[in-house]
Design a protein around this ligand. Structure first.
Ligand code: ADE
Length: 222
């Protein structure tokens, strides 16, 4: 898989690329590449934004700047990746969308800054608009990292144990419910004990207990 990030802060992604699970998938052949809008902007002095038509606070990323960055990366014709703009007003990102994106061979994540991106990017250049939650970040970079993290960890070889991603919160194995609680040594700490059943060695009973806890969390809305 290849993920391209369009941003004004490509250096932010250096740290991200070094995280273990990301490094694992990159070593296995996937690619994570950054494109800096300022390097391809058709405007002078590295300009990428402008004041909003109709007035209002802040600046808006220009459509011509984003278009040029995409054109420079992919050419005018030919196969483009699935282009996704990160915006607080997009479709809410969840595990099933992460699965859908993990099946794509090539994604382009467009990060906005300032007050946002000219709407014509969403209308004419992007295939999707995604939000990571109903709050506003200073830009799309952290949202792009969240999306890339959730997608890349689903790829083969990302995690130490392939089974880690199979039975985790919101997975099909748990019927989309949150994961059951985990415990490790010591069995008792300050009087806080691990549930007896987990120490019993009875795998069928443990499995049933875990599924019950997962369903319980689902109904609590946690
Ligand atoms: N950019 C700013 N806030 C965002 C959010 N909540 N999700 C995605 N992109 C964003």
């Amino acid at each position: 898989m290849r993920i391209d990030i369009f941003t004004l802060f490509p250096e932010w992604f250096g740290w991200f690329s070094q995280q273990r699970h990301v490094g694992n998938v990159l070593a296995a052949g996937s690619k994570l590449q950054c494109f800096d809008y300022r390097e391809t902007t058709p405007l002078g002095a590295g300009q990428v934004d402008d004041s909003p038509y109709g007035g209002g606070a802040g600046m808006v990323m220009r459509v011509d700047v984003v278009d040029r960055a995409l054109e420079d990366a992919y050419g005018q014709a030919g196969r483009r990746p699935r282009v996704i703009v990160l915006t607080p007003s997009g479709r809410i990102f969840d595990d099933s969308l992460a699965n859908e994106l993990a099946d794509e061979p090539h994604l382009a994540l467009l990060c906005g800054r300032y007050e946002g991106i000219d709407e014509r990017v969403r209308e004419h250049l992007a295939d999707d608009a995604i939000s990571i939650g109903r709050y506003v970040l200073a830009g799309g970079e952290l949202a792009a990292m969240v999306v890339a993290d959730a997608v890349l960890r689903k790829l083969p070889g990302a995690l130490g144990h392939a089974s880690s991603a199979q039975e985790e919160s919101f997975s099909e194995a748990l019927g989309g419910a949150p994961e059951y609680p985990h415990y490790t040594r010591p069995p008792s700490y300050r009087g806080w004990s691990v549930p007896e059943i987990l120490l019993s060695g009875d795998h069928a009973a443990i499995r049933a207990w875990r599924l019950d806890r997962s369903r319980e969390r689902e109904s609590e809305g946690s």
